[in-house]
Design a protein around this ligand. Structure first.
Ligand code: WQD
Length: 333
């Protein structure tokens, strides 16, 4: 298929582009490079031997997006493009609502204009909010979030559900990611955010790589076995493969379907630090600091629906995730 990948130069997007090319799809990437680097395309080509078509653009730019659909017969879209920093969204809510919602609605309008009826959307476990018991199931209310970033995911899921109701031939798969970490086995792709990382694993990588002095663990007094928060970490390559499975599902189904992509297991911050130290042989100095506003003690996925509907389940272990992260850090000092 000809697959348009918005945000395809980003962390999850680039790993998904690799798996799409390896599966012999034709890939067209649009990305404004606001949170990605152009050399990711060279690295994708080095891994796959083929380079996706690339347009540097804002996918809320309707005229330019129409040009992409005119030049390429797009069969399906995977929509990653969007602002995604939780803390930043609290400071800049309007920018997040404008960017994330506009880009999605513009995309839907252009898809409709060109008869493209399959969409895989990058949603997030954050839509489950603070009140659902874990493991989170797709049948639970996913109607609130702790940040404007999370609210954009709730609202976009609503838009896609209503759009699918109004267009019976349309299929949207809403993939609710848990905590993607790790890197491509080549060490050419990985999570390398600009500035100081907000997320745990890239922060650990910077400490191990000597770029940051030590990790501050946000809270050691949670009601969990070791006092630190538990999350469902999944390998970014498992996540990427989940998108290909979602495309296959969208080929022969209609409607909007929310599906968790997680391992179904919780790992604590300390367990992740220990696993990283074990596979890398590198000490990760840390201190236990105060809790971070908005953090939940523990949550992980009920992963049954992805296995049932997509035939997908996470295959990589936490140690694999740590090993691939360290490999990426070492090769990109
Ligand atoms: C994980 C754990 C922190 C950094 C976020 C977004 C979510 C999704 C994934 C986009 C928490 C602790 C972290 C540090 C720490 N993003 N931590 N020291 O918060 O579960 O999820 O990223 O979809 O929407 O909310 O991930 O990696 O930020 O934190 O102790 O320097 O690590 O307190 O318990 P989180 P995270």
């Amino acid at each position: 298929m000809n697959v348009l990948v918005t945000g395809g130069a980003g962390y999850i997007g680039s790993h998904t582009v690799v798996e799409l090319i390896n599966a012999r799809h034709q890939v067209i990437v649009v990305d404004d490079l606001s949170n990605a680097r152009i050399d990711v395309l060279d690295r994708i080509e080095e891994i796959c031997g083929r380079r996706p078509e690339f347009y540097q653009m804002d996918c809320a730019d309707k005229n330019r997006l129409q040009q992409v659909f005119i030049h390429h017969r797009i069969d399906a879209v995977i929509h990653f493009a969007g602002f995604k920093a939780v803390g930043e969204s609290v400071k800049k809510p309007l920018a997040y609502y404008r960017n994330n919602l506009d880009s999605t609605m513009t995309l839907l309008e252009v898809m409709e204009e060109f008869g493209c009826r399959k969409l895989v959307f990058s949603s997030s476990a954050t839509v489950y909010g603070p009140d659902n018991p874990h493991p989170y199931k797709e049948s639970m209310p996913a109607v609130c979030s702790a940040s404007p970033y999370g609210w954009t995911k709730v609202m976009i899921e609503r838009i896609l559900k209503d759009y699918a109701t109004a267009h019976p031939n349309f299929c949207a798969v809403l993939l609710r990611y848990f905590n993607p970490i790790g890197a491509h086995v080549s060490g050419l792709l990985g999570d390398d955010p600009n500035g100081i990382p907000n997320n745990l694993m890239p922060y650990i990588g910077r400490v191990a790589g000597g770029k940051l002095e030590r990790l501050t663990i946000f809270g050691g007094d949670y009601p969990t076995p070791d006092g630190t928060c538990q999350r469902d970490y999944l390998h970014v390559v498992d996540l990427a493969i989940g998108h290909l499975k979602a495309l296959e599902y969208a080929e022969s189904n209609h409607g909007a379907e929310a599906i968790n992509l997680g391992t179904g297991k919780g790992t604590s911050v300390l367990e992740l630090v220990y696993a990283f130290q074990k596979v890398s042989g590198i000490q990760v100095p840390y201190v236990i600091g105060p809790r971070r506003e908005g953090d939940l003690p523990a949550f992980w996925a009920d992963a049954e629906k992805a296995k049932r509907l997509l035939g997908w389940e996470a295959m990589y272990t936490v140690e694999d995730m740590c090993r691939s992260t360290w490999n990426f850090v070492r090769k990109n000092k």
